[in-house]
Design a protein around this ligand. Structure first.
Ligand code: AMP
Length: 499
């Protein structure tokens, strides 16, 4: 800090916490890495901390990765250097492992079958346990990422081919994983048996396969959506464009993450077979029926609350308007004058339209309250802009439990709804009334039964025990082969640049 100005960091969305990740892959395209770049561009909302692309040309694997946004990391030159016809990519916001360049994905390792790259969306719940076992028998890890555990398991497998080794590795890991993987000849897509995170298959012209976390990536690439990768499916593409699906694990009841609908995915995506935008409007309409308000105007908290607010306004028969305007060009740090400005962090992103707010009874709609700090500042701002009353409506139930499957929600101690009653929260945020959508209402709007989705952040019912985070890890010895140092890229088959 210097005495005249101070610099503060602000995450692009929400004050203090972080998203998960997005993955993409292309097979059999002359500009595969450029197509993956487009996909990552469309998936930027899923992670703004780091991004990376791996491509394979003449059996040589190249990687370019860096911290920051996709557009900053990949300049023309870097993309030109990523030649070849198959490629995978990743955007990251750390959920497990520290946020460092070492943890940027795709992770690449070389082993006796050649180089291997993996990009992972989700979070393994037994990675620490496996890692300890592997370290005891000599494995050396170069990152703190849970994904590296998977690479070690694949490398240690005695199975001949990559698909078989991968199936063996998958039998060891538990948790949330939507993966895209490539070696010198293939691209492989994997989705865990619970199907926590999305992963879809699309087609470019001439039937070339593409994979992405969300279908909005297909729209930018000019691909058409074909189907979701099924929970538990391992789809192997290549070497001669043939495609085959394996199901190495027993079938389980899938539990796709309901929070993808509430907040994560883009409203123009189709996720788990349904339109995210349609669902958000239905969540808003349901909220209006559960928590009507005597008000003059419905205002969304942009961007996350827009679709739900439209649904609320329609459901309630109230006028809708953009009473808060968002600055879309906000970077990650700001220089603030030494005489600090009240609620600077929120003000720099959002500004109220006084002519809309003055003298009005306003319903403010957002998708979630996590710590409650953002909403406290917004309500203050809206009241300062002259609103007569502010009624806050949240298009999901109270967030009471952390996520162990890839969404970086804070610990319970920091979740306002885990520690305060609705009346106390209303008082803290300074609203005239506060209404959350019910658990039943959320499922009705989504069009599913309770139990069909993972809604652990709202219920504390975890479909899969979070071993690493709860009870002691198993002390079983790992019965693999001898020590192996996988850190060295093999035989000149790997090249790496960073942005
Ligand atoms: P808070 O101030 O902690 O209550 O943050 C609430 C705001 O964060 C809301 O505007 C949400 O749209 C947004 N939000 C909710 N979940 C997440 C998440 N996992 N990552 C980033 N932002 C989020």
């Amino acid at each position: 800090m210097n005495d005249a100005r101070r610099s503060i960091s602000i995450s692009p969305r929400g004050d203090a916490f972080r998203d998960e990740c997005g993955v993409a892959a292309v097979f059999g395209h002359p500009e595969a890495a450029k197509m993956v770049y487009l996909a990552l561009y469309a998936l930027q909302h899923r992670g703004q901390e780091a991004a990376g692309i791996v491509s394979v040309e003449d059996e040589k694997m190249r990687r370019h990765a860096g911290t920051g946004h996709v557009a900053e990391i990949f300049r023309e030159e870097a993309l030109q250097a990523l030649g070849g016809t198959h490629s995978i990519g990743h955007v990251r916001y750390s959920t497990a492992g520290e946020s460092s360049r070492d943890n940027a994905q795709p992770l690449v390792m070389s082993h006796r079958r050649g180089p291997l790259a993996v990009a992972h969306n989700g979070n393994l719940v037994n990675a620490q346990e496996i890692r300890r076992r592997l370290e005891r028998v000599g494995s050396i890890f170069r990152s703190t990422s849970d994904t590296e555990v998977l690479l070690h398991l694949v490398a240690r497998s005695r199975a001949e081919g990559l698909p078989e080794a991968l199936c063996e590795a998958i039998r060891e890991i538990r948790g949330a994983y939507s993966l895209v993987i490539c070696d010198q000849r293939r691209v492989i897509a994997v989705r865990d048996p619970h199907g926590f995170r999305p992963l879809s298959l699309g087609r470019l012209e001439q039937g070339r396969p593409v994979l992405a976390s969300e279908t909005c990536a297909f729209d930018l690439m000019g691909a058409r959506f074909e189907r979701d990768i099924e929970p538990g499916e391992v789809l192997v593409i290549g070497p001669d464009s043939e495609e085959s699906s394996l199901f190495p694990l027993p079938k389980q009841q899938p539990h796709p993450c309901i929070f993808e609908y509430v907040y994560f995915s883009r409203p123009d995506s189709r996720v788990f077979g349904r339109s995210v935008g349609d669902i958000r409007r239905a969540l808003g309409a349901q909220l209006a029926s559960e928590h009507p308000a005597e008000a003059d105007l419905v205002v969304p908290v942009p961007d996350s609350g827009v679709a739900a607010a439209i649904g609320y306004a329609r459901g309630a028969g109230l006028p809708f308007d953009f009473g808060l305007v968002r600055n879309h060009y906000v970077g990650r740090t700001f220089i603030e004058p030494s005489q600090s400005i009240r609620h600077f962090g929120v003000k720099v992103k959002l500004n109220p339209v006084r002519s809309l707010m003055a003298g009005r009874r306003v319903v403010l709609v957002d998708d979630s309250l996590v710590r409650g700090t953002t909403m406290h500042k917004i309500v203050t701002m809206v009241k300062d802009a002259g609103a007569r009353e502010v009624h806050v409506r949240i298009s999901c139930p109270p967030t009471v439990s952390p996520c162990y499957y890839g969404v970086d929600t804070p610990r319970s101690e920091e979740l306002i709804a885990a520690n305060a009653t609705i009346a106390e929260i209303r008082e803290y945020i300074g609203a005239d009334s506060l209404g959350y959508l019910s658990l039943d209402g959320m499922h009705r709007a989504v069009g599913g039964e309770i139990g069909e989705f993972c809604a652990a952040c709202y219920t504390g019912d975890y479909p899969l025990a979070p071993t690493d985070f709860g009870r002691d890890a198993s002390q079983d010895e790992f019965g693999g082969s001898g020590p192996e140092d996988l850190r060295q890229p093999g035989g000149g088959a790997m090249e790496e640049t960073s942005g």
